[in-house]
Write a protein of this length. Structure first.
Length: 139
């Protein structure tokens, strides 16, 4: 892990939240993307070298909707950039961390992603992110 890739924030109303963050950063989101596998729509903002990802549920059964139902809107996860997601997953598993998904999957913003269970990370959902390279078909 070499940097925080982004902070993920769960929101009820994506358009309303985009307006808030557009005012806050004095900039519009640079990308809006649907991630069907997670049943969410994401919206990304740049803030200097950092990124904020807003996540809104597209289905009552999505994990984001479950999160909002239990905890309300707010920080959902911290994502860290990695060079080799498979190697990092193996390393963390060997260290005793529990992975939510055993294989990397495609996430938003052209990334391979994997999540660590928050019960093993002091209550924080951790996401590992690796840029999808042109030569990769999948894992």
């Amino acid at each position: 892990m070499y940097k925080i890739e982004h902070l993920g924030i769960a929101v009820k109303d994506l358009e309303a939240s985009e307006k808030i963050y557009a005012k806050l950063f004095h900039a519009e989101p640079y990308k809006r993307e649907s991630v069907e596998s997670e049943k969410v729509i994401t919206s990304f903002f740049s803030c200097g070298p950092n990124k904020i990802e807003l996540l809104a549920a597209t289905d009552e059964n999505s994990t984001i909707q479950s999160f909002i139902n239990k905890r309300g809107e707010g920080i959902h996860h911290v994502a860290f950039a990695v060079d080799d997601i498979k190697a990092e997953m193996l390393r963390l598993k060997a260290e005793g961390f529990v992975l939510i998904n055993e294989n990397p999957k495609r996430g938003a913003d052209n990334k391979w992603v994997c999540f660590l269970h928050p019960k093993h990370t002091s209550g924080v959902l951790i996401e590992l992110c690796q840029e999808v390279r042109d030569t990769e078909d999948g894992f």
